[in-house]
Design a protein around this ligand. Structure first.
Ligand code: ATP
Ligand code: MG
Length: 222
C-alpha cells in the first residue's frame, strides 16, 4: 500500500488521489524526520506558499543510504511522528512509500514513483541547504535533477550566496530546476533534539506538541 493512513491525517491521505489529480504542482518534503521538528514544517510551508503547491507530501526515509547507523527511531515510529506533526495543516499529507519499501531509500525512486502516480503534476522536491549541497552524491543525481524541480531552503549555518555560487557552473538544464529560497531561520536539528532528550533537557517549542508528547510517552531517544 502506497499511502498508509494514520489516524490524525487519514482524511488527507484519502483525499490525495482526488484532490491532487486536479492541480498542477505537488511538493515533496523528504527527510529522516528523527524526529520531525519546526525547521522541517516552516521550510515546507514556505515552499508551499512561494511555489503555489497544492499539497506537500511528507515522505520519511525508510533506510537513508547516507545515514548508516545514525537513525535512532524505527521507520514506523518516524512516520507516526510525521503524521502527528502535519495533522493541523490541510495542505500537508504524508506517504509511507519509503518506509514500506525494502532496501535503501533513494530519492530518485521516490520521485519516479510519484511522477508515475501523478503524471500530470510537476513535482517540487523541498530540501534544506545542507541536503542540496550533497545532492551530487545521491543515486542518479543528474537524472533526478532533470526529473523534478528542487526548492532549496536556507538553514542556519548555510549561506544562500555560497549555495548559488556552487550551482553556477552546472549545465543549464540542471541549474534551471533549482530554486533557492529564504525561510525564517530556525536553528533546530533532529540531532540536537535527540541529544536534548537524552540529557533530560526541554524540547518544548522546538517541535509540535503532539510529537513531543509522543516522544516522552514512548521513551524515545533516552
Ligand atoms: P539530523 O540532525 O538527524 O540530520 P535534520 O534536522 O537535519 O536531522 P533531516 O530529517 O535530516 O533533519 O532533514 C530533512 C530535510 O529538512 C533536509 O532537506 C534538511 O536540510 C531540512 N531541514 C532540517 N532542519 C531544517 C531547518 N532547521 N531549517 C531548514 N531546513 C531544515
Ligand atoms: Mg539532516
Amino acid at each position: 500500500m502506497v499511502f498508509l493512513a494514520f489516524k490524525a491525517n487519514k482524511q488527507y491521505n484519502f483525499f490525495m488521489g482526488k484532490e491532487i489529480a486536479s492541480k498542477r504542482r505537488l511538493g515533496i518534503m523528504g527527510g529522516t524526520f528523527d524526529p520531525i521538528h519546526y525547521g522541517h514544517l516552516v521550510a515546507a510551508e514556505g515552499a508551499r506558499h512561494a511555489f503555489n503547491l497544492e499539497k506537500v507530501v511528507f515522505i520519511p526515509a525508510g533506510n537513508p543510504p547516507h545515514k548508516p547507523g545514525y537513525i535512532v527511531a524505527e521507520p514506523s515510529v518516524r512516520y507516526k511522528m510525521t503524521c502527528l506533526a502535519i495533522a493541523s495543516n490541510p495542505f500537508f499529507c504524508s506517504s509511507a512509500m519509503e518506509v514500506e519499501r525494502p532496501g535503501p531509500s533513494y530519492t530518485v525512486d521516490t520521485v519516479r514513483k510519484m511522477a508515475h502516480l501523478y503524471p500530470e503534476k510537476r513535482i517540487y522536491f523541498i530540501t534544506g541547504a545542507d541536503a542540496i549541497l550533497e545532492i551530487f552524491s545521491w543515486k542518479d543525481s543528474q537524472i533526478l535533477l532533470t526529473m523534478c524541480n528542487f526548492v532549496a531552503t536556507t538553514r542556519p549555518g548555510y549561506c544562500l550566496k555560497e549555495l548559488n555560487k556552487r550551482f553556477d557552473s552546472m549545465p543549464k538544464g540542471v541549474k534551471q530546476n533549482i530554486s533557492f529560497m529564504e525561510v525564517p531561520a530556525l536553528a533546530i536539528s533532529s540531532t540536537d533534539i535527540r541529544q536534548r532528550v537524552h540529557e533530560g533537557k526541554p524540547i518544548k517549542y522546538l517541535l509540535p506538541e503532539p510529537v513531543e508528547d509522543y516522544i516522552l510517552r514512548n521513551n524515545l531517544y533516552r
